[in-house]
Design a protein around this ligand. Structure first.
Ligand SMILES: Nc1nc2c(ncn2[C@@H]2O[C@H](COP(=O)(O)OP(=O)(O)OP(=O)(O)O)[C@@H](O)[C@H]2O)c(=O)[nH]1
Ligand SMILES: [Mg+2]
Ligand SMILES: [Zn+2]
Length: 294
């Protein structure tokens, strides 16, 4: 009997494969499948044969739609970028960097500002929301502590494969625990279940949501260099630049001081947020330095 499913996790040479009806099979893999790029990964959609009860053998892996290296997960559709409004302080530069990285990997990015309950949470939250909404992103404001915004966050994750990414301490694991009670993910360095919690190890795991879909809790993108991004492509990853960029005098305008640059004019009129443009220029410099070093 052949079935189809998705790999939730790899455990010591076995793969836990979840079928659409919610059953999990512990599978081995055919030897030839080990030659697949990076091997079989969490998120891979596979065809497998059932050998006994809840055991099977993975026969075939379906083409991957996306592939993340760190953490290694296949078929991720969207990335929820989580930043705390306070503790640790929010870095808009890191957020903009992660937005560029997500877009360059063809992952749909979403933004979540967490810890809205903290008394000293940023006063400029309305401004932050305005900047990122104007840039075309979907933004959530949440508190894993009080439950604020959790329903909306859950709705955005249902039915899709998502990863949560962002700095350590932002509250990614806490948010997942709120969204799907019972998972007891390790939070703030202490396992809520036991000291030997599953998530003390570094392997990646897809967690299934009752509302459908899967989410991977990650320690964040550890690879933050804009390595594979070309200076020419960079502005395409700032969605709010597009409408203006078409009006620049030069078709090849990099929006970095060229005459009649409609993007920098829009910044001067405050139609593009100064912080976004500043980060664009910083990343542009980084990508150019990378290119020069080759
Ligand atoms: N006040 C407040 N504290 C929160 C909130 N969310 C998380 N925390 C606390 O922030 C700390 C870090 O939360 P985690 O969920 O472990 O953060 P993380 O993003 O998973 O961190 P890493 O796993 O290290 O990447 C813990 O002490 C949480 O209890 C929140 O909305 N409000
Ligand atoms: Mg965590
Ligand atoms: Zn320009």
């Amino acid at each position: 009997m052949f079935l189809q499913g998705i790999i939730l996790r790899a455990v010591g040479g076995f793969y836990d494969v979840r079928t659409a009806d919610g059953k999990t099979y512990r599978c081995r893999a055919r030897g030839r499948l080990k030659k697949v790029k990076m091997g079989l990964l969490a998120g891979d959609r596979v065809r497998f044969s059932v050998t006994a009860g809840a055991e099977g053998v993975v026969e075939e892996i379906y083409p991957r739609q996306t592939l993340l290296f760190r953490p290694p997960v296949a078929n991720v559709e969207q990335v929820m970028l989580v930043g705390a409004l306070q503790d640790p302080p929010l870095s808009l530069q890191l957020l903009d960097r992660l937005l560029v990285l997500a877009a360059s990997r063809r992952l749909h990015p979403l933004i979540c500002f967490n810890k809205a309950d903290l008394p000293h949470a940023r006063e400029d939250i309305a401004e932050l929301l305005a900047i990122y909404k104007a840039a075309g992103y979907t933004v959530f404001v949440t508190s894993a502590k009080t439950g604020l915004g959790i329903g909306e966050l859950r709705a955005a994750l249902c039915g899709r494969i998502s990863v949560l990414a962002g700095p350590s301490g932002a509250g990614k694991s806490s948010l997942i625990n709120r969204i799907q009670p019972g998972l007891s993910l390790k939070v703030g360095g202490i396992s809520e279940k036991s000291k030997r919690g599953r998530h003390t190890t570094r392997h990646v795991e897809l967690l299934s949501l009752d509302c459908g879909g899967f989410v991977a809790d990650t320690p964040g993108f550890s690879q933050l260099e804009l390595l594979e991004i070309k200076s020419r492509e960079l502005s395409a990853y700032f969605p709010e630049f597009a409408a203006f960029a078409a009006q620049c005098r030069f078709h090849s305008c990099l929006h970095a001081g060229e005459p009649d640059c409609a993007v920098s004019e829009a910044v001067a009129r405050q139609e593009i947020a100064a912080s976004r443009y500043e980060h664009y220029l910083l990343f542009l410099q980084e990508t150019r330095e990378q290119e020069r070093s080759f």
